[in-house]
Write a protein that binds this ligand. Structure first.
Ligand code: AMP
Length: 546
């Protein structure tokens, strides 16, 4: 017997219609590429999204067409999120930090028919345009006054149009169409370390369910009382759903544009009374440095979500103890929309010491309802949730990819589960802890050493700015760990001092075999340590112990 409930489709435009109705005067504030502050509220954002939907149709964009963006976090990008998906087309947010060849590959593979881009990217698009085979319309996300002169640079971009001019030709009388909730809405390519990027294709249904999950109190804890600053870019896994989940709850949104340095982020947090922010550890490192250098404090910031790579316990300590900001450590992947787990405490942990609480928070968190997890050994056998045994982490759920755009890479699933490529433990309370990327785990004498654990200890040393631990070939043990570290400016630290710092914190056989100091560590386009580049650089490195 079927239930007798309405079967209304879950559509992305319902979010912005709801926000318009219920939170019409709640602000969306953007720091623009030009550096000015732009403000409006949900009602106007919705009106402009409707105008934009008509402008897209006037350009000939039809249902299922893909439309690319190369853009920062800002109000026009937000309008594109809603207008493109809202007419049944697919927004392909491209990461501008990728190599130009990868950007061209992605746009051609997605078969984008139009490309919307911020002023910053004019030189990039000029260079790329001859390789972008499917784009019929190039739209610069600015007004007439900021358009490049037709004969000057920018003139080389064929068919270059102005966003505000396209908008000005339309009015806001537009009814969002209704369609199957499984219709594709957004397309985001993973920056795989090997091979070409692969497209993850989100649906309206997966996006709405994920936004519900993201907003929960034990996930990102969002409400109409919040002012949220997504530092995480809208071109990286939909800014962790914030443009959708904030709209769902009617939170004020604050977009930083390209201004991501510590000073700019701090000033925006203070000016706009931001209560919650979200980003990768590298950005927070810049912010913490700025705070320390200027002896500043936050007046409204209450929580910050840190994910994308492991958040070092030292960073959790600094935010919570020095600045009174609670850290939610989060884990996920582009293939998971992206949220999988978020770390927050349970009632029974309220009486633990601060140090014990931080140990819980340093884990990547508990699963959100909607994400099922399991860990398995090399043979695929289930491992217990004892917080000790670690194995390959698999996930399943309605906002997790079942395959890639155009079937690239074949069927990724194993018996209906998505293999994350991460290695993790899960404890009896359901807290998952990533010990490594399966490719990064260090295999020594048949046992595994967690590179993340060793990195966390290194960055807890007061003289260390950043550290990466990689495995180096060893004739007897197969692989042994070395620490590659960047010292804080003006700090002295020797190899022996850092090794001594490990004593008593780890099992003896986990002790790194060497320390190498460098000026800078390589990062990927999404801000993660690029261990691939590091391993390449150290491939001929000889261990003192070998
Ligand atoms: P991406 O699809 O680019 O977001 O990358 C996803 C991968 O980033 C995951 O599979 C993890 O390896 C890594 N990752 C994301 N969040 C965390 C975290 N909090 N701790 C450790 N690794 C993380």
């Amino acid at each position: 017997m079927h239930g007798l409930m309405m079967d209304t489709p879950l559509l992305i435009t319902d979010l912005i219609r709801f926000a318009d109705r219920n939170h019409g005067d709640t602000e969306i504030v953007s720091k623009t590429v030009e550096g000015e502050i732009h403000r409006y509220a949900y009602r106007e954002a919705h009106a402009r999204a409707r105008r934009l939907a008509k402008a897209l149709q006037a350009l000939g964009v039809k249902a299922s067409d893909r439309v690319g963006t190369l853009a920062w976090n800002g109000y026009r990008h937000y309008e594109l999120y809603y207008a493109i998906s809202g007419i049944g087309a697919v927004i392909n947010t491209i990461n501008p930090r990728l190599f130009p060849e990868q950007i061209a590959y992605i746009s051609n593979h997605a078969e984008n028919t139009a490309l919307f881009f911020d002023l910053t990217f004019v030189p990039l698009v000029e260079k790329l345009a001859p390789q972008l085979k499917t784009i019929r319309h190039y739209v610069l996300m600015t007004d007439r006054a900021h358009m490049p002169a037709r004969s000057a640079p920018g003139g080389s971009i064929p068919n270059l149009q102005c966003y505000e001019e396209l908008m000005a030709k339309q009015d806001e009388r537009f009814d969002w169409p209704s369609f199957d909730e499984r219709t594709a809405a957004a397309l985001c390519y993973t920056s795989g370390t090997t091979g070409n990027p692969k497209g993850v294709l989100y649906s309206h249904r997966s996006t709405i369910l994920h936004a519900y999950g993201a907003a929960l109190p034990d996930a990102l804890d969002l409400s109409a009382r919040d002012a949220v600053l997504p530092v995480v870019p809208m071109f990286h896994a939909n800014a962790w759903s914030l443009p959708y989940a904030c709209t769902m709850v009617g939170a004020k949104m604050v977009f930083p544009g390209p201004h991501l340095d510590g000073k700019s982020v701090y000033e925006l947090i203070e000016q706009e009374k931001v209560t919650l922010s979200a980003g990768v550890p590298t950005v927070w490192l810049m912010l913490l440095q700025h705070l320390a250098a200027t002896k500043s404090k936050f007046s409204t910031l209450d929580r910050t979500v840190i994910g994308g790579s492991a958040c070092p316990p030292a960073m959790i300590r600094a935010f919570q103890e020095d600045y009174g900001v609670t850290v939610f450590h989060a884990w996920g992947m582009t293939e998971m929309s992206p949220l999988g787990t978020v770390g927050s405490l349970k009632a029974k942990q309220a009486t633990l010491s601060k140090e014990e609480q931080r140990a819980v928070q340093a884990k990547q968190g508990r699963g959100i309802f909607g994400v099922e997890m399991k860990i398995v050994d090399e043979e695929g056998k289930d491992l217990p949730w004892d917080g000790k045994r670690f194995g390959n982490l698999l996930v399943k759920g309605p906002w997790i990819a079942s395959g890639y755009m155009k079937g690239e890479g074949g069927n990724p699933l194993k018996d209906g589960w998505f293999p994350t490529g991460d290695v993790a433990t899960i404890d009896p309370d359901g807290y998952m802890q990533i010990t490594d990327r399966s490719k990064d785990v260090i295999k020594s004498g048949g046992e595994w050493i967690s590179s993340i654990d060793l990195e966390n200890i290194a960055v807890a040393h007061p003289a260390v700015q950043e550290a990466a631990v990689i495995g180096i070939r060893h004739p007897k043990w197969d692989e042994r760990p070395i620490v590659v570290a960047v010292k804080k400016a003006g700090q002295a630290l020797s190899r022996e001092e850092l090794l001594k710092f490990y004593e008593g914190k780890i099992a003896k056989w986990w002790m790194p075999d060497d320390v190498v100091f460098v000026e800078e560590l390589p990062h990927t386009a999404t801000g993660k340590l690029s261990k691939l580049t590091l391993r390449e650089k150290f491939k001929d490195y000889r261990l003192p112990t070998a």
